[in-house]
Design a protein around this ligand. Structure first.
Ligand SMILES: Nc1ncnc2c1ncn2[C@@H]1O[C@H](COP(=O)(O)OP(=O)(O)OP(=O)(O)O)[C@@H](O)[C@H]1O
Ligand SMILES: [Mg+2]
Length: 245
């Protein structure tokens, strides 16, 4: 099998039926063992890009593959390669953290021993006393931890995240970013939609800025050299201003 990037999008166009192109020539590649942050103003098409990868939104033209699988042709097979954290993680309020993890893993056809789930909840830094509590009283950060624990246990090669740190406090954000670094070290391709430029600059290998449905520009950090956050912020603001004009 040729060694292709786990996430590969080429010249994608997509509309939701109204005729207006939401994605208009989007190209993006995320190699194994790397994190790409996808930034862009509201309505730029970030979540739509994830929906296309998941096979929920159908492209009009262009090519899209997940580990070599076309999610339009074979969405079920493609989804087995991906874990997806939506903006608002949907969990079962009346089940405990453990029960949620067990149930969600069963839904994706996986059986993990209780000790394995406990290890993952611990790795996701969910306090032990919360493991057997119902989700009803959980904060957003606690819910994210349950969801990321499930994603870790699935050991999929592709992780898609939609604004995972929005609403998290700085400590929870740092913990979450640390988990993503571990997921990357395992060789996963991570695509993180975010407005959090600081997190992106901290952990991403590439930052892609989406504007009007395509990647307007992309920057990469190499080795110890990190991004110039101020410079990125200025460019990002310019992009947002241009959109608002
Ligand atoms: N299900 C849908 N049906 C019709 N139009 C949609 C649908 N989902 C998104 N859109 C439109 O597509 C465009 C891109 O939306 P998308 O949700 O991808 O933006 P986004 O970059 O994720 O924005 P945000 O930062 O606000 O989350 C918007 O104009 C939106 O109104
Ligand atoms: Mg969105």
């Amino acid at each position: 099998m040729p060694n292709i990037d786990p996430i590969l999008i080429s010249d994608l166009t997509l509309d939701y039926g109204g005729g207006d192109l939401v994605l208009d020539g989007l190209s993006l590649a995320v190699p194994a063992g790397s994190i790409t942050a996808l930034l862009g103003g509201n309505g730029a098409g970030k979540s739509t890009t994830l929906a296309a990868l998941l096979g929920f939104a159908r492209p009009r033209s262009g090519a899209i593959t997940v580990c070599g699988i076309d999610p339009v042709m074979d969405p079920d097979l493609a989804r087995r390669r991906m874990a997806y954290l939506p903006e608002n993680v949907a969990l079962y309020e009346h089940l405990t953290a453990m029960e949620n993890a067990e149930y969600l893993l069963a839904l994706s056809g996986e059986r993990v021993p209780v000790a394995g789930i406990e290890d993952a909840l611990a790795a996701a830094a969910l306090q032990k006393r919360a493991w057997h509590q119902r989700l009803g009283g959980f904060s957003k950060g606690m819910r994210q931890k349950v969801a990321i624990a499930v994603a870790l246990l699935r050991e999929v090669p592709v992780l898609l995240l939609d604004e995972p740190t929005s609403g998290l406090d700085p400590r929870a954000t740092a913990d979450f970013n640390q988990l993503l670094i571990e997921v990357r070290a395992r060789g996963a391709a991570v695509l993180m939609v975010t407005h959090d430029l600081l997190s992106a600059a901290d952990i991403a290998d590439r930052i892609a800025f989406l504007e009007a449905g395509r990647v307007a520009y992309e920057v990469a950090a190499s080795g110890a050299e990190r991004f110039d956050v101020r410079g990125l912020h200025a460019r990002f603001q310019l992009t947002a201003e241009r959109l608002a004009a």
